[in-house]
Design a protein around this ligand. Structure first.
Ligand code: SF4
Length: 554
């Protein structure tokens, strides 16, 4: 065996041993006594010292407070800079803004989320801030959603680097199981829309599962009613392209070979059946209700002879029906006049002879008149809501005998509510489209009605004024309205509420002195009111708005 041969001279190098580090390092001997070498004069710059904060520090607000539902203009600007102008311009045409540029009801995206969650074999995925998604998921389950809501979370980094889009794409690929789903709906909420997360770049389908990407920002869609239209319109568009491309699956359970009338708008389950009964003498049948409950119904809806725009805000859906060559009939078969006119308009859309239409009218109108007079409503009413059906409800109330002074709808005016607005105005009713909460409350305070029907804050305000109030969404829209079944259906609940005036007075007396608004509740001392803070913030916000306007003009 050979001795180990050295290949270099590392072996004789002594191994260095560490020494304990001195407590504080002294300057190296060679630097002792020398001046510190400096390269600029930063060391000379005096350090700023803070001063004690004065008792009443000025509150600084830049623009509107926080980001979210209440910062529509900044978000919209950001979205436009991120290339979303075309989509926002289309939304502005479909859903013209009103006196306010932020939602005054629940998050608009709830409308489209609910439409997706109610469809069979459809998965829904949200992309947005966790707080928005939490709220939307909570409300969905509060209203009985039986399915989970998918969520792709993000951080500032994934948002700005584009990784969020990759995450969404990955999650959609993971989810796209054709045994479970016909379609996956991916929804961009405010922040991803403002950041330009490009859902349009998602594949149209994965493994046979359709992918529908929509942007539903609060700064482009004013109400949750109109958000339903965003998804309904996107799905109809998709289905129309499928029909154009070749044969599609027949809907399950097709009831008849008669020409059909598709029905636009979510309504009380008995209403489509009632509409079907009224269509039978015309040899017509009701088609699917849009928003649909399953994908195949979209094909059947597009295969109709005409569309009944019972809810008048479905602009995008109407665009698809019109592109498919289907005529649209506005208003609804509510009350005597409404049903008579609607049957005539349906007859005209199908070119049905007037005597045949008269048969249908004579079959149902006497019953409607009888039901209305059997259950009269007495009292003054103001009515407001964000469902889009406010005008037809007001018609029914007036024909039942109510003195309706004001109707406010958070939805915009459209061609399909024009006849209702005309009819109401001819009865002396003030009709206010895109009504704000302030409009509705002011009308109620001016009229001092026997009953205020409205949204939660309107009803709350009414109760504080000892005016009986009914919540539109839960108590009015959840009742049949169409034809003979609708006539008289509201009388019981309305009359009971009006009769509760005494109870409201008693309640007001009971709560007298507990304070209201800022001073609501029971206080041990005097409430610490600081109205100047609020005034100062209002002034600052006005100033910021003016500056923003001036900037736009440059
Ligand atoms: S997504 Fe809805 S809750 Fe969230 S900021 Fe927009 S409008 Fe508000």
């Amino acid at each position: 065996m050979k001795d180990d041969l050295p290949y270099d001279d590392t072996s004789p190098v002594p191994v260095l041993k560490g020494k304990p580090r001195p407590e504080a390092l002294a300057p190296a001997p060679q630097l002792r006594g020398q001046e510190e070498v400096t390269y600029d004069d930063t060391a000379e710059v005096p350090v700023l010292k803070g001063k004690p904060r004065p008792e009443e520090a000025e509150i600084v607000t830049e623009g509107e407070p926080g980001l979210g539902c209440h910062s529509g203009s900044e978000m919209e600007l950001a979205a436009r800079m991120a290339g979303q102008s075309e989509m926002l311009d289309q939304y502005a045409r479909d859903y013209p803004q009103g006196p306010h540029d932020k939602p005054q009801s629940m998050c608009p995206a709830f409308g489209s989320l609910r439409v997706g969650l109610r469809m069979k074999r459809v998965a829904t995925v949200l992309s947005g801030s966790a707080c928005c998604v939490y709220g939307l998921t909570f409300v969905s389950h509060f209203y009985g959603a039986r399915r989970s809501v998918g969520y792709v979370p993000f951080s500032s980094e994934t948002l700005v680097t584009g990784k969020l889009f990759e995450d969404i794409r990955e999650s959609v690929h993971d989810l796209a199981d054709p045994d479970k789903y016909d379609a996956i709906v991916v929804t961009n909420l405010c922040v991803p829309t403002a950041s330009g997360v490009p859902l349009r770049l998602l594949p149209d389908e994965i493994n046979g599962v359709r992918i529908v990407g929509i942007d539903v920002p609060g700064f482009g869609i004013p109400t949750h009613a109109e958000a339903k239209d965003v998804l309904a319109g996107a799905m109809l568009k998709y289905a129309r392209e499928e029909i154009k491309a070749g044969p599609v699956a027949a809907p399950l359970g097709l009831a008849s070979d008669l020409p059909t009338v598709s029905i636009l708008g979510e309504m009380f389950p008995a209403d489509p059946m009632m509409i079907g009964q009224m269509l039978a003498p015309l040899d017509l049948a009701p088609g699917p209700v849009v928003p649909c409950r399953e994908w195949r119904e979209l094909y059947a809806a597009l295969d109709c002879g005409a569309v009944a725009a019972i809810h008048p805000f479905y602009t995008a859906a109407v665009r698809e029906f019109e592109a498919a060559g289907k005529p649209i009939v506005g208003s609804a078969p509510v009350g005597y006049d409404g049903t008579a006119a609607w049957l005539k308009n349906i007859g005209d859309a199908f070119g049905i002879a007037s005597d045949k239409v008269a048969v249908a009218q004579n079959t149902f109108l006497p019953g409607i008149k009888g039901a209305l007079s059997a259950k009269p409503i007495k009292g003054t009413v103001t009515l407001s809501g964000y469902e889009g059906s406010e005008l037809i409800v007001a018609r029914l109330l007036i024909e039942s005998g109510a003195d309706v002074k004001y109707v406010g709808s958070a939805c915009a005016k459209s061609d399909w509510s024009a006849d209702d607005a005309e009819w109401l105005k001819s009865k002396g009713v003030e009709v206010n489209f895109r009504a704000s909460l302030e409009d509705d409350c002011n009308a109620m305070r001016d009229v001092k009605p026997d009953l205020a029907i409205g949204t939660t804050p309107v009803v709350q305000e009414a109760k504080q004024l000892a005016i009986p109030g009914l919540y539109f969404t839960n108590l009015i829209s959840a009742r049949p309205l169409m034809g003979p079944a609708g006539a008289g259906s509201l009388a019981e609940v309305i009359n009971a509420a009006i009769a509760g005036k005494e109870r409201m007075d008693h309640m007001r007396e009971f709560f007298e002195g507990v304070g209201s608004h800022d001073t609501a509740g029971v206080w041990e001392g005097d409430p610490n009111l600081r109205p100047e803070f609020r005034e100062m913030n209002v002034r600052k916000m006005e100033k910021a708005k003016k500056a923003e306007k001036a900037q736009e003009m440059i």
